[in-house]
Design a protein around this ligand. Structure first.
Ligand SMILES: Nc1ncnc2c1ncn2[C@@H]1O[C@H](COP(=O)(O)OP(=O)(O)OP(=O)(O)O)[C@@H](O)[C@H]1O
Ligand SMILES: [Mg+2]
Length: 390
């Protein structure tokens, strides 16, 4: 099988590679320095064959460790097996630390890279080869015991290293997931804020510009009939006044967003008074229960509901009186806005100017706070009911 893969440069890889090859050179030198050494006859030949096999395993492992290939199990198992077997045989020909080093590198790599079951099997195979070799060749059981102990200890160190690497990977994954979650939270918060600002823009514009349009409609009708110029002028002035109010309202909305709005009761009274001035139709506010400061978002939602309710009454039921009730209960506030449905029209085109964004926007506000908004009409009245937990 041809093993291909992407070259993954590790940190300090030239130094690591150099140390790796130097280590192998040192081990081979150490083996050759002891009897029987490397040679072409008898045990020396056996040592030479073991060293060649081990060197091949070592080199393959050294290269494949840098490849992000799909066959890591094979490219680790084969060289580790070669190292463990050759090391075990060398140990039984002439017990020496370099033999343990060769087998140990194979066992350590297997323990780090392979599954625990496969690594344990390789370690057991290495001990078995050394045991068979000791029994048949040199019978040095004390050396065998030391070799096996060291070999098992190296394998355990490899398992330890494997767990450490796994914990690092898990920590990195956790960090990545945390970052993704934090990004999603930030995006959701930005989206919420945009939706909230969009609602406020709608509510301020629908209220103030709608009222301006009523005044301009009236002025236009009077000017066209050329009957009552002073009244037409009055309407134009009123429109100007409303435009100024719109600006004030915009500032008020910003104040509410910044958490420094006046008491809700005052705001609602002003709203009702403005409605009366603008539409010249009765509007009454009645507050039940003990008023108390409400959370900013709840107060803003109640204000917006009253504002849209009055604006809608002006647009969709012109000339009809409006009743606004606010009930303070111990853990919630209920708001009801009622007007008789209009059977006639005043000829204005205002009712058709909306985009039907008002009520859905209010419903969204209520839902976000865990409340409900119900709008509808019976035989005689249109009603808008808001309920908010507080
Ligand atoms: N007070 C009311 N009296 C009679 N009908 C109403 C009243 N309020 C709302 N409606 C009806 O409900 C519809 C939806 O109202 P909504 O406030 O969502 O939209 P809009 O007022 O038409 O437009 P926008 O609020 O976007 O300017 C209105 O078009 C109207 O038919
Ligand atoms: Mg509306």
């Amino acid at each position: 099988m041809i093993v291909t893969g992407q070259w993954v440069p590790r940190r300090w890889w030239p130094v690591r590679l150099g140390a790796n090859l130097a280590g192998l050179g040192g081990i081979v030198y150490g083996i050759n320095a002891r009897t029987p050494g490397l040679g072409l006859h008898g045990q020396a030949l056996a040592v030479l064959i073991c060293v060649v096999v081990a060197c091949l395993g070592w080199l393959v492992r050294t290269v494949t460790v840098y490849l992000d290939n799909q066959h890591r199990t094979l490219t680790t198992t084969a060289p580790s097996g070669a190292l463990v077997t050759a090391g075990g045989l060398l140990m039984s020909i002439a017990p020496m630390p370099p033999a343990l080093a060769l087998a140990g590198v194979g066992a350590f790599t297997a323990a780090v890279e392979l599954t625990p079951a496969l690594a344990t099997t390789l370690t057991a195979a290495g001990v078995l080869v050394a045991a068979v070799g000791t029994a048949t060749i040199n019978h040095q059981w004390v050396a065998f015991a030391g070799y096996s102990g060291g070999f098992v200890a190296i394998t355990l160190a490899g398992f330890n290293r494997r767990q450490y690497k796994q914990r690092l990977v898990q920590a990195e994954q956790l960090l990545t997931q945390t970052r993704i979650a934090a990004d999603a939270d930030t995006r959701a918060a930005a989206l919420d804020e945009r939706t909230r600002i969009a609602r406020d823009i709608h509510d301020v514009l629908a209220h103030s510009l709608g009222a301006v349009a009523v005044q301009l409609d009236a002025a236009d009708a009077l000017l066209e009939a050329d009957t009552d110029t002073p009244r037409a002028r009055h309407h134009v002035q009123r429109a100007r006044h409303l435009a100024v109010d719109g600006l004030t309202e915009t500032r008020r909305a910003i104040g509410a967003l910044r958490n420094d709005a006046p008491p809700l009761g005052d705001q609602l009274s002003a709203l009702v008074a403005d409605h009366y001035n603008d539409a010249a139709t009765p509007a009454t506010l009645t507050i039940f229960g003990e008023p108390r400061p409400l959370p900013v978002n709840a107060a803003l939602t109640i204000y917006r509901t009253a504002q849209e309710g009055l604006s809608n009454a002006r647009k969709h039921a012109p000339g009809q009186p409006v009743t606004l009730h606010v009930h303070y209960h111990h853990d919630n506030v209920a708001v009801t806005i009622i007007n008789p449905t209009s059977t006639t029209t005043d000829g204005s085109t205002l009712g058709a100017t909306g985009g039907s964004y008002g009520l859905p926007g209010l419903a969204e506000r209520a839902t976000l706070l865990g409340g409900t908004l119900i709008a509808g009409q019976d035989a005689t009245n249109w009603s808008l009911q808001l309920w908010l937990p507080t």
